[in-house]
Ligand binder design. Sequence first.
Ligand SMILES: [Zn+2]
Length: 344
Amino acid sequence: MAEPSFTIGATDVAPGARQVVTLPVTTGLNGAALNLTVHVVHGARPGPTLALLSTLHGGEWFSILPLRRLVQEEDPAGLAGTLLVVPVANPPALGRLLRNAPDRTDSPDMNRVFPGPLAATNDQLAAVVTKEILARSSCLIDLHQGPWGAAFRDILIPDDAEPIAADHAERLALAFGSPIIRRAPVVKGFPGPRSSIGYAGGVLGIPAMGVEVGGAGFGAALEEGWIQATIDGIRAVMAELGMVRGPMPERPTRQLVYRKSHRVNPRVGGLLRSRFGGERLGEAIAAGTLLGEVLSPYTNEVIEELRAPADGLLFYTARDYPVEPGGWAFGIADTQEGARWVEA
Ligand SMILES: [Zn+2]
């Protein structure tokens, strides 16, 4: 059976073709048209539709890099199904290099407004993503890499989504090859039913993952490894969904599926001195370990020590950089409370 064209917005994408599609969203106060740009890779054969979102938070632009390469390298002739790739879901936030939209509405955070019921810019962006991307997808990967200076190694899947979708998401997250996977109540808890994965898993009932691999500001060698790990992981998910065939990268021999995370972020602002660089991500940490210190940029004194509150794996870390109270420093994936290991 020949695959039909894929219609998105006013555009028909032929089977076996790759196309950049512009979806109109609204007009800004600056008079400029705001559009969403979608890369459609439409396979020659029928199959699932995988949605890949990036930069819902404007400061987390590192995920644009792996998606750029993935779209360039993926051959639609060998693909079963369709990739819908949105490298920049929140152009106004990226335009200011800020996490949130630079406006004064009730919807500052685009990852808390799905499916976009209001008229704010973020709602309208989320509404276009919901209608044109999520509503026709069989799976969602939403990439949230670290903002500059912080690096992550984690996948978040909703435990309280539609149950079949939750189990499916766990299988896909394991296939991705992430050494650390958090399965937690995303819909009832954090980041909630109006986040992209909370909405996709809880309302649309599709497997949904928030993927965090790496971040910017750690040097070319580490960053290239994270970019490649993201591409390899997405390809492994595509293979698991039956979209591509071929040799897959090896999975870690042990993968942690955990429930409880600890944010070890500073309570004061200052210069973070990190004792765990990006190369230490995924490392086992004992409770009480000194992860870093906050120094006063004014007096040079140590004004806070940051220590691991529990035994676990380091799932995010930061380089030496200035931090505000609550800024990203260190994250511990609890290996005790509600955690289990999946052996290869
Ligand atoms: Zn984010």
